[in-house]
Ligand binder design. Structure first.
Ligand code: R5P
Length: 332
């Protein structure tokens, strides 16, 4: 049974991904004669930095989905984009929808998920704030750690996996001879194990020594496992400044690896990540970095391959709308 009309809205940073979802959703809905368009809304930033969102279409009794990207965009910071999401969610909630869910393809602040001396547990605080905005659930992808789901105590939390999509991309573009799956740190070992099992290959782990006195600094990386004359596939959830990745690749070549390919879910590529990876590509040390479109890049360098996942989000919306299982879509 359908929950009724689907309405998809997007905040400013979420519009490109929302348009992709809508195009995929309309393919799913084609046989039903239903068509979904992007809901009309307007967000403005005032001179003092405040933001306001106005919903222009009626949502009363509708099955609503709000899409937002928690990333830095040209003129809006990640924090602006989170605030705009909260305000839009509140505006929608107050307008009488029958259901309101949200799509946050990359959930920022997820790396701040554990208590440390005099530091916030930002992921938990963000969860409480999002819950207060009044939505029923979050649909996201490859959130940094499993414990984040537990921070959302009162609303749904659907964490989709990019693994099978990325594995299929890798299989299509590489022979599976002498492949070794690499996790850039101990935290990613479970993910790498999953890839190694699906690809029927060995795995190795990097040991990463971070300098927590300095932001974004990885000081030393050492390897546990054998990569000699092998084709390495590095698997990570996030590539941010590229520091972890560059150290991992350099260490693999010190250990006589044959080739290196990389797959990751969220290619944030902040600071000088693109320049660093460009250099490795020019030196022949990086074949490609395949990343999903949870972060849509403006200009794709030659080595950056986009692997779309908007179709998976569209399927989730369709299943929710039809009151069908969503968890069965997690590992596609
Ligand atoms: C760490 O636990 C994550 O899985 C990533 O490896 C890390 O956040 C990437 O950050 P960066 O690219 O700045 O080293």
């Amino acid at each position: 049974m359908s929950r009724g009309d689907i309405k998809i809205f997007a905040c400013r940073a979420g519009k490109p991904f929302a348009k992709r979802i809508i195009s995929e959703l309309n393919k799913i809905l084609e046989s039903t004669g239903r068509i979904v368009n992007l809901g009309k809304s307007k967000s403005v930033s005032f001179a003092d930095g405040e933001i306001k969102t106005v919903i222009k279409d009626s949502v009363r009794g509708k099955d609503v989905y709000l899409v937002q990207s928690f990333i830095n965009t040209n003129d809006l910071s990640v924090n602006d984009n989170i605030m705009e999401f909260l305000l839009a969610a509140n505006a929608l909630k107050r307008s009488g929808p029958s259901h309101i869910n949200s799509i946050i393809p990359y959930l920022a602040y997820s790396r701040q998920d554990k208590p440390k001396d005099r530091e916030p547990v930002s992921a938990s605080l963000l969860a409480e704030t999002i819950e207060r905005a009044g939505i029923e659930g979050i649909i996201t992808m490859d959130v940094h750690s499993d414990q984040i789901a537990g921070f959302y105590k009162n609303i749904g939390f659907d964490n989709l996996r990019a693994s099978m999509t990325l594995i299929n991309y890798f299989k299509k573009h590489k022979s599976l001879d002498d492949v070794v799956v690499i996790s850039p740190d101990a935290g990613g070992a479970k993910r790498a194990k999953f890839y190694a099992k699906k690809l029927k290959t060995d795995m190795a782990i990097m040991h990463k020594n971070r300098n927590y006195e300095k932001e974004n600094v990885v000081e030393k990386t050492s390897l546990l496992g054998d990569v000699k004359e092998k084709q390495a596939l590095i698997v990570d959830d996030i590539v941010d400044t590229g520091g972890s990745l560059v150290n991992t690749i350099e260490e693999l070549y010190k250990n006589n690896v044959k080739t290196v390919s990389v797959v990751c879910t969220h290619a944030l590529l902040n600071n000088h990540a693109k320049e660093k990876l460009d250099r490795l590509y020019q030196e022949g040390k990086l074949e490609y970095l395949a990343a999903t479109d949870t972060i849509i890049q403006k200009n794709n360098p030659k080595w950056l391959k986009e692997v779309p996942v908007s179709g998976l989000f569209a399927q989730v919306i369709n299943n929710m709308n039809m009151d069908l299982s969503v968890s069965e879509l997690y590992e596609q």
